[in-house]
Design a protein around this ligand. Structure first.
Ligand SMILES: Cc1cc2nc3c(=O)[nH]c(=O)nc-3n(C[C@H](O)[C@H](O)[C@H](O)COP(=O)(O)OP(=O)(O)OC[C@H]3O[C@@H](n4cnc5c(N)ncnc54)[C@H](O)[C@@H]3O)c2cc1C
Length: 440
């Protein structure tokens, strides 16, 4: 049994992409019947989790720079993000009572630094717009007639839903306990919608710390360093984890690190521990006579290398962390400026902040509908794009939801009946007083 009256629009996945699709479709066509189906007992769990670290909604960058963060996918996302650029997203949040501010690195956060007040107001507004929400509904694919199959995860009850259009907003495959498990890939591939394999993005990496280093410095942030791999370089900070390294600078470099791992089995990131000094300046200071000072004291007093940074030098270049190294201050300075950190693997997908992979762009038309099933759209992190942290992930997910919501609303417009009139004749007929029309 299916629903007696088909839904206009079924949206599957109640994360930011799906909710934005519902909002856009109902704003464009308030008369539509729109229902959001969500497998979890509540909506937008990953969005709420993002709120725990302040909810970095977007970034202050100009659209061109912003788009460049999406690498190979930036051209594909261009129209969607240009139609909902960072300043529009900010205005959207303000309209929902979540006043935002720009942090020192250009990242934009709600003033309250959490997601729940914004989400609460958003859901209230969606309800007022007429969106229906059904929770605990796991989408299982299509039946042979093209109806959507759902199972109630609490009762096991299965039902079929007939919908004129469907927007899939199923998320990626990281942090599965929040709902995005990525198990729909075979369903789409069977339907002729190809997907690229999942890869972790914005993730930590493994390295083999000694037991001493791990115990003493595990969890410690390494601030103001320059990291480089191949052509990519940035200044920032990372964190020493139990298994290796994580944190913002590592996440930003995760794509080139991942590529190097795939190609060579290991990846080497060069750390500049003292980015504010040149190698020549360091060598000059290191060549000052040491006197009776220990190596560690000399390093601290001469170039201010101490704490976790000095420990990294000892850990990664033990031969350079000895008094003998002071006999060659140039070589020591070079090592401080380019300390090789070798990584052996990426942390598992489940631990990553986001993913690469998912529905291939070749499967999608300009309006984000699938070529194979033009009444089915795909949006958000389930599509094959990736970006660093910095608000790019939420902005792109919501921009895609908005784009497809508008596109679906337009596609659901009733076809115009051909009345045989030209545009000019139709305009003229509309301007006639009604009695003239009645007397016709
Ligand atoms: C710890 C953490 C912090 C983050 N912080 C930030 C940040 O500060 N800024 C930022 O830009 N990004 C951040 N992100 C990433 C951001 O949250 C995601 O990119 C974004 O939520 C993706 O939105 P989405 O709607 O595409 O997918 P999701 O938010 O994953 O939503 C997908 C929804 O689909 C549902 N679903 C999946 N399969 C089915 C099915 N078969 N049937 C029914 N429903 C289904 C899921 O339960 C889920 O609710 C963070 C992520 C994590 C894990």
């Amino acid at each position: 049994m299916t629903n007696a009256k088909p839904l206009d629009l079924a949206i599957i996945g109640g994360g930011p992409a799906g909710l934005m699709a519902a909002e856009a479709a109902l704003a464009a066509r308030p008369e539509l019947t729109v229902c959001v189906f969500e497998a979890k007992p509540s909506l937008a769990r990953k969005f709420l989790m993002a709120g725990k670290s302040g909810l970095n909604l977007t970034h202050v960058e100009q659209t061109k720079a912003f788009l460049s963060r999406f690498g190979r996918a930036s051209n594909k996302l261009k129209s969607q993000i240009e139609a909902f650029p960072p300043y529009e997203l900010r205005r959207w949040a303000d309209d929902l009572g979540a006043e935002t501010f720009v942090g020192s690195s250009g990242r934009i956060f709600p003033a309250v630094m959490k997601a729940s007040p914004l989400l609460r107001n958003w859901l209230r507004r969606l309800q007022r717009q007429g969106a229906d929400v059904r929770l605990n509904q796991k989408w299982l694919g299509w039946d042979e007639k093209g109806h959507l199959k759902f199972r109630d995860v609490k009762t096991g009850y299965e039902q079929l839903i007939d919908a004129d259009a469907t927007i899939l907003a199923l998320g990626g495959a990281s942090w599965p306990k929040l709902g995005s498990v990525g198990d729909w890939v075979p369903l789409l591939e069977e339907a002729g919608i190809p997907c690229a394999p999942w890869k972790p993005a914005n993730c930590g990496f493994d390295t083999d710390w000694t037991a001493f280093f791990k115990e003493k410095f595990g969890g410690e942030p390494v601030k103001n360093v320059r990291l480089s791999i191949g052509e990519e370089a940035l200044r920032g900070e990372f964190v020493v984890s139990d298994k290796g390294v994580e944190g913002s600078a590592i996440y930003t470099l995760s794509a080139p690190i991942r590529d190097a791992l795939e190609e060579n089995g290991t990846a080497t990131v060069l750390l500049d521990l003292m980015p504010d000094r040149t190698a020549a300046q360091l060598a000059n200071r290191l060549s000052v006579p040491r006197g009776k000072r220990s190596f560690a004291t000399h390093m601290r007093k001469s170039v201010r290398l101490e704490g976790v940074k000095a420990a990294l030098l000892r850990e990664l270049a033990p031969e350079m962390a000895q008094a003998a190294a002071l006999e060659d201050p140039q070589a020591l300075a070079q090592t401080i400026k380019a300390l090789p950190l070798t990584l052996s693997g990426a942390r598992p997908l489940e631990e990553a902040i986001s993913v690469a992979g998912g529905v291939r762009w070749s499967a999608l038309s300009f309006d984000l509908s699938t070529r194979e099933r033009p009444d089915v759209y795909c949006v958000g992190e389930m599509v094959d794009w990736e970006a660093p942290t910095g608000g790019y992930l939420l902005t792109a997910s919501m921009a895609q939801g908005r784009w497809a919501g508008n596109a679906a609303a337009e596609a659901l417009m009733p076809a115009e009946v051909d009345d045989g009139l030209s545009d000019e004749e139709r305009d003229f007929a509309q301007d006639l007083p009604s009695f003239t029309q009645e007397s016709d």
